[in-house]
Design a protein around this ligand. Structure first.
Ligand SMILES: [Zn+2]
Length: 88
């Protein structure tokens, strides 16, 4: 365990301490609500600033949206190409 695992000074209020806890991670992706209970995060005991573990977010993103995100990128790129350059 590194030092950060035990908490760190809050970057928002600078008074509180962000300690590891679990909370519900909520996000909106393509107009759909995503909620993940018991997500690990560091939460400030004063202003309740929440910082989710980047590792957790990366893993979540890859698992849930990895495929979809890639497809979206490709379709957007394809659309852009055809509308920008047309059929010559
Ligand atoms: Zn704070």
């Amino acid at each position: 365990m590194d030092a950060k695992a035990r908490g760190f000074a809050c970057p928002r209020c600078t008074v509180g301490r962000c300690a590891p806890k679990t909370t519900t991670f909520v996000d909106v992706y393509h107009g759909q609500l995503l909620a993940m209970p018991n997500a690990r995060a560091f939460i400030c005991d004063v202003c309740h600033f929440v910082e989710f573990e980047q590792e957790m977010l990366d893993r979540l993103w890859e698992e849930l949206y990895g495929e979809v995100a890639r497809e979206d990128l490709q379709s957007v790129a394809g659309h852009k190409r055809s509308s920008t350059y047309g059929e010559s």
